[in-house]
Write a protein that binds this ligand. Structure first.
Ligand code: SAH
Length: 407
């Protein structure tokens, strides 16, 4: 086989349980440690392992990850291929090419590589104008950081800067090797924040220290939709972060926009984003207010009602055992947020908890809103943006529902 190394230790060879074999064959990209039933030797972090099936036929290639419960991150199934420089480079170019034509010149903030769903396990690449943010979630990439920069620059020759961001899990291993969360891998510009455009609106993204890669690109389509539904409205943006939904609402003709967030830093960021767009008369014409409070508490007890209420909390279940608590929290939030919507008004309830399934989330929202005894209809359900493809269940974390209240 062409992909067997000629020198060094023999290629790491794995065999899986029948269930894991089936899952890999049907495209699931993760193999947990307890589902590996045989290996020819100890594996090293980041090495390419080859998986054989029960009949000793080639099944898959993957990155071995001894430090994670996800022990193998599948790269490829089907026929054997040499995982060499040209292969990686073509894969990077393919992911980036998948975004071609998705956005016009007025949007230069979007995801270029969405992890497993783009064939790049535990790796995200986001664009903010001329700066790219490479976020790594596993030490499997540690030995390939320089290569990644080279593959990225080959696929995106105009890039001016590549910033490295590290997930909490990956930080220690990278720091030992001399890397630092937020460092530039390429480019001299060291500013924390970068201005980019979303539908012609300008936003700051803190690419060095911000949450995720600096902005919640995954909600773009919902922000757009809210913009188109906000003419003449008084809008409440709960869990507002840097005001993404608020700016779209203001530009869409909202009379007033109220940001609600527990973090003064997030509220400041939203003020800066309003400032950045003040030349747009609709943005400067909208009354912008900030409320620093716990949204759970404020939605229940705070004053006033609104024509449009957005409720987009952070992930409430980062782990499976938090799931039941998260569903209860979504019920509580949906009930309280519905109480803030005027007759005729709109509620957008969203969830980014991977461990809460789409149907569970929708059921929780409906159940909670039914308890208000108000008449309403579900106008629309929404999920992932096209630059965030999701090819397996665990990747489908984002769900949202729009409700219109009749009375
Ligand atoms: N909707 C945003 C992203 C929301 S991120 C967008 O489209 O950009 C989640 C936000 O919730 C963060 O800004 C965080 O500070 C805030 N947050 C977390 N817990 C909170 C709480 N209990 N009350 C209010 N805000 C909270």
């Amino acid at each position: 086989m062409s992909n067997i190394e000629r020198t060094g230790p023999p290629r790491l060879r794995l065999r899986l349980t029948p269930a894991a074999e089936g899952a890999v064959r049907s495209g699931h990209p993760w193999v947990y440690g307890e589902r590996i039933r045989e290996s020819n030797r100890e594996g090293r972090s980041g090495e390419v392992a080859v998986v054989y099936d029960r009949k000793d036929r080639f099944l898959a290639l993957g990155l071995y990850d001894p430090d994670s419960p996800i022990r193998l991150r599948v790269l490829h199934t089907g026929k054997p291929v040499p995982v060499d420089d040209a292969w990686w480079q073509a894969r990077m170019a393919a992911a980036i090419a998948r975004r071609a034509g998705l956005f016009g010149a007025d949007t230069d903030g979007y995801r270029l590589v969405n992890g497993e769903s783009d064939g790049w396990p535990a790796l995200i690449l986001d664009r903010y104008a001329g700066a790219l943010v490479l976020k790594l979630y596993s030490a499997v990439w540690l030995e390939r950081v320089d290569d990644l920069v080279r593959w990225i620059r080959a696929a995106e020759p105009s890039v001016g800067r590549v910033v490295l961001r590290l997930s909490r899990n990956a930080q220690a291993a990278f720091e030992v090797a001399g890397y630092r969360d937020g460092q530039n891998l390429f480019g001299a510009d060291a500013a924390d924040s970068v201005v980019f455009h979303e539908d012609g609106l300008r936003f700051w993204s803190d690419v060095v220290k911000g949450q995720k890669t600096g902005f919640f690109l995954d909600q773009r389509e919902n922000r757009r939709r809210v913009g188109s539904l906000s003419a003449g409205a008084e809008v409440l943006n709960a869990f507002s972060f840097s005001g993404g939904f608020s700016l779209h609402a203001a530009r869409g003709g909202a009379v007033s926009v109220t940001d609600l967030d527990i973090s003064p830093h997030a509220l400041d960021a939203a003020r800066r984003n309003f400032e950045l767009n003040r030349e747009d008369p609709r943005v400067s014409g909208a009354r912008h207010q900030s409320v620093q409070a716990d949204a759970f508490e404020w939605l229940e007890n705070g004053p006033g009602r609104f024509d449009v209420v957005i409720c987009d909390p952070p992930s409430l279940a980062k782990r499976e055992h938090e799931r039941a608590g998260a569903i209860e929290a979504y019920r509580r939030l949906a009930h309280a947020a519905a109480g803030k919507v005027r007759p005729g008004g709109l509620l957008l309830a969203a969830s980014c908890s991977a461990h809460v399934l789409e149907e569970e989330f929708h059921a929780a929202v409906i159940e909670a809103v039914d308890r208000t005894d108000r008449r309403y209809e579900v106008v629309e359900r929404a999920a992932h943006a096209p630059d965030h493809p999701a090819t397996f269940d665990e990747a489908r974390y984002l769900k949202a529902v729009y409700l219109r209240f009749r009375d």
